[in-house]
Ligand binder design. Structure first.
Ligand code: S3P
Length: 188
């Protein structure tokens, strides 16, 4: 079977109702996700914001008071609930696809697009922010490099991988929409 036929067969079996954005911190998942949701007239959902609203705490407070493992458990719970959604653009926390079950679950109902950026670009985008507990480190660029290397294999399991280094948010959003329409057209 030709490669595109295999791809089509897989997508048909999956039923793409939603679009999920995965990728490292600072790759623009939330900003791009909002633009895409507006354009498609979909609901926008950010897993981090849902977690914060339910816990009544910031991500930083959850990490400090309950630890990362508790945060990951909350993440897993949200991912499981998403399977019932339709017409939703889901922006995910950067570590979420490291749990393979999370990615597998997203793929049952969503086209999964990974936004990619180089460590230097990520550093440029996040270095003025202090709300990301994993980057509150003496050497954040080094931490970005090592985490990105560790997570690369998980991110590369997305359906579509998109480099954002030299693209404006609107252009990235346009490309994401294009990929989503292609995937939906294959389903019809
Ligand atoms: C994390 C990324 C953050 C947030 C938490 C952990 C990670 O989300 O979920 O701080 O492990 O990479 P963003 O990718 O939206 O910054």
């Amino acid at each position: 079977m030709a490669r595109n036929q295999v791809f089509n067969a897989v997508l048909v079996a999956r039923q793409i109702h939603n679009l999920a954005l995965i990728g490292f911190m600072g790759t623009g998942k939330s900003s791009v996700g909002r633009l895409v949701a507006d354009s498609l007239h979909f609901t926008f959902l950010d897993t981090d914001r849902v977690i914060e609203a339910r816990a009544g705490k910031t991500i930083r407070e959850i990490f400090e008071q309950q630890g990362e493992a508790a945060f990951r458990e909350l993440e897993r719970g949200i991912v499981a609930e998403l399977a019932h959604r339709k017409k939703t653009v889901i922006s995910t926390g950067g570590g979420l696809p490291v749990d393979e079950a999370n990615l597998a679950s997203l793929k049952t109902h969503a086209l999964v697009v990974c936004l990619w950026a180089s460590p230097e670009k990520i550093f440029e985008r996040v270095h003025n922010h202090s709300h990301r507990p994993l980057l509150n480190e003496p050497e954040p660029l080094e931490k970005i490099r090592s985490l990105l290397a560790e997570r690369g294999p998980y991110y590369r399991r997305a359906d579509v991988l998109m480099n954002t280094d030299f693209r404006a948010l609107r252009e990235v959003a346009g490309q994401v929409i294009h990929q989503f329409r292609l995937a939906q057209a294959v389903q019809r």
